[in-house]
Design a protein around this ligand. Structure first.
Ligand SMILES: Cc1cc2nc3c(=O)[nH]c(=O)nc-3n(C[C@H](O)[C@H](O)[C@H](O)COP(=O)(O)OP(=O)(O)OC[C@H]3O[C@@H](n4cnc5c(N)ncnc54)[C@H](O)[C@@H]3O)c2cc1C
Length: 412
């Protein structure tokens, strides 16, 4: 539908062809706007495709209030955008694109096949059919003195004029996908306040003994409960050479990171046997060990072996055979000291970005009228579980609608 009477129609530049930028482009193109989308990379949605490699988790099916609460301190800020594009609408959007979705056992929503490629291909095809023009290998450099957009290309610098701009340049994790945060100095020069980017949904450094890292790096620790900062959750993580990684750790990453920033380290508690009550464990361990080694005894009595057993011996010195009461207590509450988040480059996502008070309710920068922003480049964070993509889509849509509103006001 074209709500604009001008010929040619108004022209909007969307910079960044990730989920947020593509959603903004679609919202605009659906309303008759001529959309030019620019990206520094040779193709669109590289981080989106990377996200699909481990099973693309689009959104979550839990009750909406709970869903909103996942955005922590920014829940109230992001709610109006999610209200306009909630998880159910997101799934409907996917179905309309021809990509069915399903709810996994944990309530997470995935596209059929779990990969991002079919969804991205179908989406790009539809956008092209809607008249969206793509300009790849165009690295945005800022504005010239006449307010033209400046792009670095293989042919040299190219200028572009537009009736409005949407920035959807991503955060700072996995910079090889194109989101390298090079936009920060460009916006700071214009007086925009940016909260420093920090690793979010990341692993944490830990000082393992040589034995543990040589024998068990890469091993998963499954079906455990992690507790920290008054929160407790079941799941699994992976022992890496100098760190712990994985969904269970990511779920705590914001509070762990903040604690380490404040106090230099963070100590987590692990329940390695969450299905065993302390009483059941105490009874099982009270049997006579006889001549059996401690390892054999624990394996036989409570099924403890492999990486989980190695974790126990990491904190209880095996030499002076500890008493079994202590073994039981440690299995229910094993402490690990985390000393630093892994670098931003390795993280799933980033915290920090454009401070939210720089934006009006249409996601337009107060200091740069006509420039709207969306996606991970804004200062919110969320755990994995589909919350990141849902918010990128929802803010992309809101930025597109904001630009539309501004254009229609100018028409009147
Ligand atoms: C391994 C991994 C797994 C993930 N899995 C999930 C998941 O299952 N579920 C989930 O919800 N989220 C997941 N995420 C997070 C999710 O992919 C991101 O939050 C999302 O892609 C961010 O979208 P965006 O559009 O804001 O930015 P991006 O996807 O980062 O896109 C930004 C775009 O801007 C372009 N750009 C940057 N700077 C410039 C410039 N100067 N000029 C021109 N173009 C530029 C980039 O090339 C890029 O194409 C995962 C992330 C990773 C790394």
């Amino acid at each position: 539908m074209n709500i604009f009477s001008t010929s040619p129609p108004p022209k909007i530049a969307v910079i960044g062809a990730g989920p947020a930028g593509l959603m903004a482009a679609e919202t605009l193109a659906n309303n008759g706007i001529l959309v030019n989308i620019y990206d520094a990379m040779p193709s669109a949605g590289r981080k989106f495709l990377l996200a699909g490699k481990s099973g693309l988790n689009l959104t979550h099916s839990e009750p909406y209030e709970k869903f909103i609460s996942r955005y922590g301190d920014n829940a109230q800020w992001i709610k109006p955008y999610l209200d306009n594009f909630p998880p159910k609408a997101f799934q409907k959007w996917s179905h309309k694109l021809g990509i069915e979705t399903f709810v996994g056992s944990s309530g997470k929503v995935f596209p059929e096949g779990m990969s991002a490629l079919p969804m991205l291909n179908a989406w790009l095809k539809r956008l092209r059919e809607q008249g969206v023009n793509f300009h790849f290998r165009h690295r945005w450099l800022g504005w010239d003195e006449k307010n033209n957009l400046r792009f670095n290309t293989a042919q040299g610098e190219v200028l572009a004029a537009a009736d409005g701009v949407i920035l959807a340049l991503g955060g700072g994790s996995r910079p090889k996908t194109g989101s390298n945060a090079a936009w920060i100095p460009i916006l700071e020069e214009r007086g925009i306040q940016i909260a420093p980017l920090k690793a979010s949904n990341c692993g944490f450094d830990i000082q393992w003994t040589d034995f543990l890292k040589e024998r068990f790096a890469g091993h998963p620790i499954k079906s455990i409960r992690l507790s920290f900062g008054g929160k407790s959750q079941r799941g699994e993580f992976v022992i890496s050479e100098n760190s712990i990684e994985g969904s269970l750790v990511y779920a705590f990453s914001a509070t762990l990171r903040d604690e380490i920033e404040k106090n230099g380290s963070a100590t987590i508690q692990l329940d390695l046997m969450p299905d065993w009550t302390e009483e059941k464990l105490r009874k099982a361990l009270s049997a006579t060990r006889g001549s059996r080694s401690m390892g054999t005894f624990l394996k036989k009595r409570i099924g403890l072996s492999g990486a989980k057993a190695a974790l126990l011996w990491e904190v209880l010195p095996r030499e002076n055979t500890p008493d079994l009461g202590l073994v039981g207590a440690t299995l229910k509450s094993l402490e690990l000291k985390l000393i630093a988040p892994r670098p931003l480059e390795e993280a799933i996502s980033s915290a920090g970005g454009i401070r939210l008070n720089e934006l009006d309710e249409n996601l337009m920068l107060h200091k740069l009228p006509g420039v709207f922003c969306a996606g991970e480049m804004l200062d919110w964070e969320a755990p994995t579980g589909g919350y990141l993509l849902t918010a990128c889509f929802a803010t992309g849509r809101a930025a597109g609608k904001g630009a539309l509103r501004r254009l229609s006001r100018r028409q009147i």
